[in-house]
Design a protein around this ligand. Structure first.
Ligand SMILES: [Zn+2]
Length: 176
């Protein structure tokens, strides 16, 4: 999740009972794309074996449970392209790092730099579009702290020499 609290987070969705009802509400009108079939512009976005669920009623820009990346197309439409890519990569980060929001943010900007779809200006856009003025919650640090952290992560990453590098880290094993 980019913002929403734990009610719709990893723990909430994977738990028993009411979770099933919640998932079917989230899946209303949804389209499920096989791994590697989601595109932003010309770029194929992939995340190992995770499928992409285009879910119009999802309460946040995106979310993740094991093996699934949820995206809300109506909310994403309002964002610049590299910010949409950041959202996808953030949710992919959850496939690797579980519910850790800071790790998902860091994974997303590093991947963006390595794969050359995220410029420094793009990181500024992520901050402006998603984080500015956000108070944070139990799972998410306040927006200004998230922004500082992603600049540090971005600085730590090196662009790949190969333009077409697509990382595919999420195997069953890596989720455990
Ligand atoms: Zn998240």
């Amino acid at each position: 999740m980019i913002f929403a609290a734990a009610a719709f987070g990893l723990a909430g969705l994977s738990g028993p009972g009411a979770a099933t009802e919640r998932i079917s509400a989230l899946l209303k009108g949804a389209t499920i794309l096989p791994p590697g079939n989601y595109r932003i512009g010309k770029r194929r976005m992939s995340c190992g074996t995770a499928k992409t669920v285009i879910a119009p009623y999802f309460p946040d820009y995106g979310g993740a449970v094991r093996g699934l990346i949820f995206l809300n197309p109506g909310k994403l439409r309002r964002l610049p392209r590299e910010v949409r890519m950041f959202v996808y990569a953030h949710e992919c980060g959850h496939q690797i790092n579980g519910g850790n929001e800071s790790a998902a943010d860091c994974y997303a900007v590093k991947r963006g730099r390595t794969e050359r779809w995220l410029s420094k200006r793009g990181v500024v856009r992520v901050c402006q579009s998603l984080f500015a003025g956000r108070p944070g919650d139990a799972a998410h640090p306040p927006g200004d702290r998230r922004c500082e952290a992603i600049f540090r992560c971005y600085a730590d990453a090196a662009p790949s020499a190969k333009r077409s590098l697509v990382s595919a880290p999420a195997s069953e094993e890596s989720l455990r």
